[in-house]
Design a protein. Structure first.
Length: 79
């Protein structure tokens, strides 16, 4: 979970304690909205375990994938 907290702090430009509050809030929200099986996998990933039956590139990939669930677009170079 520390990796995700640090990533959010860095990307948002906020202190780690504020980032921890944000991450905890978002994870709590996701766990109430996701099916139990997915919620369990999320817990495993945040705790530092791997995804069952899937490869993961770390919490940065998890954050990107979760963002995609909510309609976030990937960073694209400006022209």
């Amino acid at each position: 979970m520390d990796e995700l907290i640090n990533l959010v702090a860095q990307k948002a430009g906020i202190p780690a304690d504020k980032s921890k509050t944000a991450v905890t809030t978002v994870l709590g929200f996701l766990k109430t909205k996701l099916p139990a099986s997915v919620s369990g996998q999320l817990d495993s990933l945040v705790a530092g375990g791997g995804a069952t039956g899937a490869q993961t590139g770390g919490m940065a990939d998890v954050a990107k994938n979760v963002g995609g669930m909510f309609g976030a677009k990937e960073d694209r170079p400006r022209q």
